[in-house]
Design a protein. Structure first.
Length: 482
């Protein structure tokens, strides 16, 4: 078959594909730029199967580069700009990456002298003299490797996940069968392209003939939505909370066709408030190994359904193991983990991937995710999932965020403690917090200590770095909530 971009450029040649900095690019023009860039990369010696690192924030050149790499059969390896530079160097080495594309300026990988550096602005230039250039690859192999993406860190060490083009294609196809995407729609790229949730937006819009809006509006998300006439959003809970606090104009809210929220627990008060305002909220559960979504609610689902992570999307399979672990397989399932020159399959003998997440299914097939197997700890013989306590804390009206970790205890083995971030201007006492928690939690799950949210930098576009809180709790003189 031909690529998704080639198909979109034939079906919707003049439809907007990218919108950035007051300029729009049609599907015809995007395909041309990708083809020209592919030729440039080939001239630079980038060959089929080569892994190419990309280190950049979202920008208009990024999607062009991705499509160009896929056109020549290279493997795009998007890297988080938030990783320490030494960690980036080690991660690139670990997957056999010899070329890195960055967006200008010094990078700080001087010790990795063997790695070739290319500047994205030079690689992806307009080159008007090449306007008649055509791709020399009319056929497109869906099953060939397309990306190596690093997991966002529920474990100590991010894993390198190898995905095919088919993985991303069928992930987007199932999503679009649940959340309609059509020509004229605009999906705001609120997540980074080095995160699977951001990359998935490119595929969903391509399959639907819609446009991706790339706009670095900083924290002023509501202004970006209004100015760009956005119809679709992908948010994490923190972004949703900020958007609810600041509000949207009625015109902007009326234009929204779907607000997809995932990445972590979404507080019930946010769900209720968003639906009360008429926002078309959809909650979801997904993972890098499944190229984004596994389950998602429908736009018209009730508030009670939105408290779950939705039902299984097409082109996927899911079941629960005896201990409640979520097992998945299907067309979006990755090829394996890259470890040096090896590719380690993540499947069991029946083809299932064990996610490490614990969940339950109701009679209608809606999934509720309880927590991570590797986060669970035992206190006095009782299993404790910290996510359950965090959920209860975030249901309090003045709590914006919470993380629960265990501490050693000579009598019970381990006990839970909580870090709590209050909303601006709010403050609850320890007694008030515990009195509220006692209404929904047994006493053995109540945190024995409550700590103020630490003054450290956290990444709100990805999952909380729980391990950092485990290390922090061992430090003396933490600021407790009294």
């Amino acid at each position: 078959m031909i690529s998704s971009l080639a198909a979109a450029s034939e079906r919707w040649p003049e439809r907007e594909a990218l919108i950035c900095d007051e300029h729009s690019v049609s599907y015809r023009e995007l395909a041309r730029r990708a083809s020209v860039t592919a030729s440039y990369l080939s001239d630079k010696g980038i060959a089929k199967g080569e892994r190419v690192g990309i280190l950049a924030d979202n920008c208009r050149q990024y999607p062009v580069l991705l499509h160009a790499l896929w056109q020549i059969g290279a493997v795009a390896c998007p890297m988080s700009v938030r990783f320490p530079r030494e960690a980036v160097a080690d991660m690139l080495d670990s997957i056999g990456c010899c070329t890195l594309v960055t967006m200008g300026g010094p990078f700080g990988l001087e010790r990795s002298s063997s790695m070739r550096r290319l500047d994205m602005a030079e690689v992806v230039s307009a080159r008007p003299d090449d306007s008649n250039h055509r791709s020399d690859e009319p056929r497109f192999d869906l099953e060939r490797p397309a990306t190596v993406m690093f997991t966002s860190g529920t474990t100590n060490q991010p894993k390198a996940v190898l995905q095919t083009y088919a993985n991303h294609y069928y992930s987007a196809l199932g999503s679009n069968e649940n959340i309609k995407v059509s020509p004229g729609d605009r999906w705001l790229l609120t997540l980074p392209l080095w995160h699977v949730g951001g990359l998935a937006i490119l595929f969903r819009t391509m399959l639907g003939g819609a446009a991706v809006v790339i706009d670095d509006g900083g924290d002023n998300l509501e202004a970006v939505i209004e100015h760009n006439r956005v119809t679709h959003l992908s948010l994490v809970a923190t972004q949703l909370g900020r958007l609810l606090d600041r509000g949207l104009s009625q015109n902007a809210a009326d234009r929204l066709k779907a607000v997809l929220v995932g990445g972590s627990f979404v507080p019930e008060r946010m769900i209720s408030e968003a639906r009360n305002r008429g926002w078309p909220l959809c909650t979801t559960y997904g993972l890098t190994e499944m190229a984004s979504q596994v389950t998602t609610t429908a736009v018209r689902d009730s508030v009670s359904r939105l408290r779950t992570s939705g039902r299984l999307l097409n082109h996927r399979e899911m079941r629960l193991a005896a201990d409640g672990e979520i097992l998945v397989r299907g067309r979006p399932l990755f090829k394996g983990y890259v470890r040096g020159s090896e590719l380690i399959s993540g499947r069991d003998s029946h083809g299932w991937f064990h996610t490490g997440d614990i969940g339950s299914l109701d009679a209608d097939g809606y999934l509720s995710v309880t927590g991570r197997k590797d986060n669970m700890f035992i206190s006095g013989g009782e299993n404790i999932h910290p996510e359950e306590i965090e959920t209860a804390l975030c249901c309090l009206p003045d709590v914006e965020e919470a993380v629960v970790v265990p501490i050693p205890d000579h009598e019970f083995g381990q006990r839970p403690v909580a870090f709590v971030r209050f909303m601006e201007g709010a403050k609850l006492t320890r007694a008030e917090v515990l009195a509220c928690l006692e209404k929904s939690l047994p006493r053995f799950k109540l945190p024995v200590r409550l700590y103020c949210w630490p003054d450290v930098q956290t990444d709100h576009t990805l999952k909380i770095g729980r391990e950092a809180f485990r290390r922090l709790v061992a430090q003396p003189d933490l600021d407790e909530i009294n």
